[in-house]
Ligand binder design. Structure first.
Ligand code: GDG
Length: 447
């Protein structure tokens, strides 16, 4: 049976060498399964974007849902990124409830439903991805008799928060068009079940009754491509680059942060916590360096430009207060790196400081733990990954003093304890292997 994957974005990107799979969780997780079974990837034809076809040898067909500028702005820039994204990450003051945005979202979800039902053949399985397409499973259920899976990559908030949405019931009903609904953690499963119950759907165990149907809700944590990251960790070029980065750091210890520059990732709070470390634990001055990689993201949304301004300002202040002729306390890289370069940063760092204010999972934490030679993972307890990476040092990303104290502990951790924790973490990441994720989800859907 072939597979139809539906997601906002296409899984390919154009590089100087030609077409390549997009970097990032979704393409890595789903392309191999799609290649193996054959099938279609349906994605938005973003307004103004040049269409890219899959490589010629691929068994994957790409189907675009063309959108006008207005539809794209309303569905993506509006409802997905100004309503659902802040709401699900508990940034309630950033939520902009506007009826027109919801109408665009509904219209675009319908356009997806038409495209998918047109491509669907008896026996095909449909797998819908993420918060851009909450209404799609329900719209598909009205049109085709397919097994439908839905996976939500960001946190499902507590039902008390979700209920803020005037369209909450319609969205939950949309999701419940699926046969199997997946989240990263048991907490999000629980939140979703309570939300469904609030809107009057009977819930028994992990099942929701919708008329005659029963919808299963399960935790399926996403992992990383461990084979790829093992190769990167052993690559001599990556090793040489890591040593060069250590020389550049010019300090005994190197702390690393890697994120899309997004207000949910806690980059600003993290810089403040590092500043607090330098103020409250002065023995680290001159002995520690912090490299923060912030990948440009959603730069057309005003909130992201404002965040950039505030992060620039905090970085400037830290340098202004602490920079010495023989020591650069902070380097802030606002750019996108190749995966090889990213791996070199992981190899070089003594401490990964990953402190999102909320995060569905956070794959950077997994990548660091798996790639580092020797290192300590300091991780936000509000990231989904904290549920699985038990040997990380967990912090509250809103608590600057707590984060500074934990950084100090991480920087002082004896070698034996570091090795033990990292070894255990690598085992945890191994168990979350990415190819297994899609297979397990689809087996559960079809089983
Ligand atoms: C969403 C959810 C959930 C980052 N900078 C560069 C780069 N990256 C790669 C990382 C990692 C990926 O991007 C980021 O994944 P995350 O999981 O950390 O975060 P989101 O982008 O917010 O993803 C999240 C995820 O979906 C999957 O379900 O875990 O919670 O928010 O793989 O390595 N890659 C390259 N250059 C960069 O500069 N090559």
């Amino acid at each position: 049976m072939s597979l139809i994957v539906v997601a906002n974005r296409a899984p390919f990107r154009l590089t100087p060498e030609g077409l390549a799979p997009a970097v990032g969780g979704l393409a890595t997780a789903l392309l191999p399964v799609l290649e193996a079974r054959g099938g279609v990837w349906v994605a938005a034809g973003e307004w103004g974007e040049k269409p890219i076809a899959p490589p010629r040898e691929s068994r994957v067909r790409l189907l675009r849902v063309p959108l006008t500028e207005r539809e794209w702005q309303g569905y993506y820039g509006g409802f997905a990124n100004r309503v659902l994204w802040p709401l699900c990450h508990y940034f309630l003051e950033r939520v902009e409830l506007r009826r027109e945005h919801f109408q665009d979202y509904l219209r675009v979800n319908r356009r997806f439903a038409e495209a998918v039902s047109g491509a669907w053949r008896e026996g095909d399985v449909v797998f819908v991805q993420d918060y851009h397409l909450l209404l799609l499973p329900g719209l598909l259920r009205e049109r085709i008799r397919a097994p439908i899976g839905f996976f939500f990559h960001i946190p499902w908030p507590s039902s008390g928060v979700f209920r803020i949405l005037p369209w909450g019931r319609a969205l939950v009903e949309g999701v419940l068009g699926a046969d199997l609904v997946g989240f990263h953690t048991p907490e999000y499963v629980e939140n979703f079940l309570r939300t469904a119950a609030y809107y009057g759907f009977p819930v028994e165990g992990n099942r929701v009754r919708v008329g005659e149907r029963s919808v299963r809700v399960e935790a399926h944590p996403l992992g990383i491509d461990t084979r790829r990251f093992r190769e990167l960790a052993e690559d001599p070029g990556v090793g040489a680059h890591a040593r060069a980065l250590r020389r550049l750091a010019g300090a005994d210890r190197l702390i690393l942060g890697v994120d899309r520059l997004d207000y949910t990732k806690g980059v600003l709070e993290r810089l403040l916590a590092y500043e607090r470390l330098l103020q409250s634990y002065p023995h680290w001055r001159g002995r520690v360096a912090f490299f923060q990689i912030a990948t440009p993201s959603r730069t057309s949304v005003a909130a992201y430009r404002e965040l950039k301004r505030r992060v620039d300002e905090a970085a400037g202040r830290i340098l202004g207060n602490f920079l010495r002729e023989d020591w650069v306390p902070l380097r802030y890289f606002y750019q996108t790196y190749s995966q090889e370069e990213l791996a070199a940063f992981y190899r070089a760092a003594d401490v990964a400081f990953i402190t999102p204010l909320r995060d569905g999972m956070n794959l950077v934490a997994l990548e660091y733990a798996y790639t580092a030679g020797e290192g300590v993972l300091v991780l936000s307890s509000l990231a989904g990954a904290a549920e699985y990476l038990k040997e990380a040092l967990l912090v509250n990303p809103y608590d600057l003093d707590g984060m500074a104290a934990t950084l100090d502990r991480a920087l002082r951790m004896p070698l034996g304890e570091r090795q033990e924790r990292l070894e255990a973490l690598k085992g945890r990441v191994e168990a979350l292997e990415v190819q297994g994720w899609a297979e397990r989800f689809l087996a559960s859907l079809e089983g």
